[in-house]
Write a protein that binds this ligand. Structure first.
Ligand code: WT7
Length: 639
């Protein structure tokens, strides 16, 4: 954090950009004057079947936005554009990893979504049901989500890189009745079978009536195919006919459940509802990305993450934007792939994560310089703090020095961006996400909840906002205790540390809980620990995140073996593979350190701070609270 604290450069919005920007400085004043009226005006940008009676009903910690209003997210993202002059405008431009491609106009999208909705209806999916989606980055994934939204079923999208176990947990927790998956997809030149994983998962998912399979890769899926349960989408679509109108839904009806890791226990399903969420993501997409009618917008996140829910699907499509989707990896077939795609499709706005930028930095500036990146006019960053060096590299080598950079802080739980610059208004400092967005009431507080005006503390949100999660799916108690207990029921505790500088700018300092951020992905240390302890050789495990040059953080696991097992390179490999099987590759420890014991205090709590110091090779802080201070010396000498 040292270099971050010394960062003093300030970049004013380029004059040419400022002159054409969608919003001006008055937006901050307008929102400050009357927050609820401001959000009401943002909501008016959507099409409603019935206008709301009240903007907000706040029974801490439970919020309802646009109470009494009726709308449909699919109608707002598709139908109104297809009917309103954007019928022939591309909605989705997609390129697959092998170089195959597709374009869907808004008229195409409407036809595809309606057909998909008809198939879901035919399979017995009704308003109020849940549908799990386990798909690669293909247009049909977006189509499936919008089809759910159309009929009022909540979707729960699960990352295709997650293991069958992780998928099964999410299906069972949400009680999904249909699982939508694909035969397979390409990643780094390899064909991966989504269907095989789905087969394993649904064996332990009694709620699943149908597995609906979209054809993508054409791989053989005969093995494990269960007639009656498994159906090809393209075959179902032949018999599913008729118009499926957009259901007139309540503003507070569920739109989706998205699982995210926390510091304790199993992943939590963040519930997002229609009216407030769509208002938040559409208005922030418009203001922070300065969205223009002619823009081609590329958010590189996988559709399964919150970033893509809000800024691939709902925000951009609500605004009638053309979105770009890419199925594959950035180095396949070569390290200039992204830049080639930007040049080919004349992409205007790129939204990606610091870990990607650091990877490109490592690869060097040669590849980006080989392609024409002059179509870019704005660059975004999300997922973790961006180090100033990466920020400057991004601005110089990708943005050609002319593109403003928007560093956007938010979370799965917040639904949309909370802290970010307005690119035509807010001066930026490399490494700072700048100020809270208009209508967002953020503060940094100390341990007792008192605001700190300068220096570090906990990031909190002091008033409800439209995109906020409404609860943890099926567990109001957990919602209240996780987010609204540390500082009382009115104050949202984000789990991030932040610092305010002399200009009131926010500098994010990482998580304050036991959550690790690996390449912008949130991983609960307890989940990895449970996976490790589930292995027959492991007695005890403690997992921490240590600083990593490219990934931000990397997972180090300290493992105590059961009697009769010896540390070895083979066992280290086996334990890493075990975590991959249990959770997925993104939770795989970078290193496993075998330890004779773990450092604990007298209450039996593992002192992770010490483990982090050990993993990062630092001087150890206070060790006097340890039951057995000699443990750390042993750990330090072990590797
Ligand atoms: C956590 C949320 C929001 C989409 C991606 C991650 C970290 C996110 C930033 C940023 C510093 C950031 C926080 C947050 N984070 N964006 N611009 N600067 N940190 O969503 O998986 O819900 O993770 O990501 O620690 O709490 P998520």
């Amino acid at each position: 954090m040292e270099s971050l604290l010394k960062e003093g450069r300030v970049f004013d919005p380029p004059a040419a950009f400022r002159a054409q920007a969608n919003v001006g400085a008055d937006l901050y004043d307008e929102a400050a004057k009357d927050r609820l009226a401001y959000w009401g005006r943002q909501a008016e940008q959507l099409d409603w079947f019935r206008k709301w009676d009240r903007v907000l009903e706040w029974n801490p910690p439970f919020a309802q936005w646009f109470v009494g209003g009726k709308l449909n997210a699919c109608y707002n993202c598709v139908d109104r554009h297809a009917a309103g002059g954007r019928a022939d405008k591309p909605a989705i431009i997609w390129e697959g990893e092998p170089g195959d491609s597709a374009t869907l106009t808004y008229a195409d999208l409407l036809r595809e979504v309606t057909r998909f909705a008809a198939v879901l209806k035919q399979l017995g999916v009704n308003q109020g049901d849940r549908v799990a989606i386990y798909m690669p980055i293909i247009p049909q994934t977006v189509v499936a989500m919008l089809a759910c939204a159309r009929i009022g079923a909540a979707h729960s999208v699960v990352f295709a890189g997650f293991s069958p176990e992780a998928l099964a947990f999410r299906i069972n927790d949400s009680g999904a009745k249909v699982l939508i998956t694909a035969d397979g997809y390409w990643r780094r030149g390899q064909l991966l079978s989504t269907k095989q994983n789905a087969n394993v998962a649904v064996e332990s998912c009694p709620s699943i009536e149908t597995v609906l399979v979209v054809q993508r890769a054409g791989n053989d899926v005969a093995e494990g195919w269960v007639d009656g349960r498994d159906r090809w989408y393209h075959e179902e679509a032949l018999s599913a006919t008729g118009d499926v109108p957009c259901a007139e839904l309540d503003a507070e009806d569920p739109l989706y459940v998205l699982y995210t890791s926390g510091s304790t226990g199993k992943p939590k399903g963040a519930l997002h509802t229609i009216g407030g969420y769509l208002t938040h993501v559409a208005s922030t997409h418009r203001a922070v990305f300065d969205t223009k009618e002619s823009d081609v917008f590329w958010c590189t996140a996988d559709i399964a993450w919150t970033t893509a829910h809000s800024y691939v699907v709902y925000g951009p499509l609500a605004n009638g934007t053309t979105i770009f989707l890419y199925e594959g990896a950035p180095e396949t077939p070569h390290r200039g792939r992204w830049w080639e795609l930007i040049a080919k499709y004349r992409i205007n706005v790129l939204y990606t994560a610091p870990t990607a930028i650091r990877t490109f930095m490592k690869w060097g500036a040669v590849e980006p310089a080989e392609f024409d990146l002059t179509s870019l006019r704005l660059l975004g960053s999300v997922g973790e703090p961006i180090n100033p060096e990466a920020w400057i590299w991004y601005q110089t080598h990708i943005g050609g020095g002319r593109c403003p950079i928007v560093d956007t802080w938010w979370q799965t739980e917040t639904g949309g961006m909370m802290v970010a610059p307005l690119p035509g208004v807010t001066p930026t400092k490399p490494g700072s996400a700048t100020r809270p967005l208009p209508g967002i009431d953020v503060a940094v507080v100390d341990e007792d909840g008192n605001p700190v005006t300068r220096g570090g503390g906990y990031l909190v949100v002091k008033s409800p906002w439209p995109g906020m999660l409404r609860t943890v799916w099926g567990d109001d108690q957990r919602y209240a205790s996780t987010y609204f207990s540390k500082f009382g029921p009115e104050t949202y505790f984000a789990g991030d540390g932040a610092r305010l500088d002399e200009d009131g700018y926010l500098w994010f300092l990482g998580r304050v809980d036991d959550v690790v951020n690996v390449s912008g992905h949130r991983i609960g240390t307890t989940e990895v620990e449970s996976a490790l302890v589930g292995h027959p050789a492991v007695a005890e495990a403690a997992v921490i995140g240590r600083e990593h040059e490219v990934k931000g953080q990397a997972i180090t696991a300290f493992v105590v073996l059961r009697e009769g097992n010896e540390p070895s390179a083979a066992l280290e490999k086996e334990l890493k593979a075990h975590v991959t099987r249990e959770i997925g590759g993104l939770a795989r420890p970078e290193e496993v350190r075998f330890a004779p014991e773990l450092p604990k205090n007298r209450a039996g709590k593992i002192l992770r701070r010490l483990l982090r110091d050990i993993a990062e090779g630092r001087e150890l802080g206070d060790t006097t609270t340890l039951i057995d201070p000699t443990v750390v010396a042993v750990l330090q000498s072990h590797k």
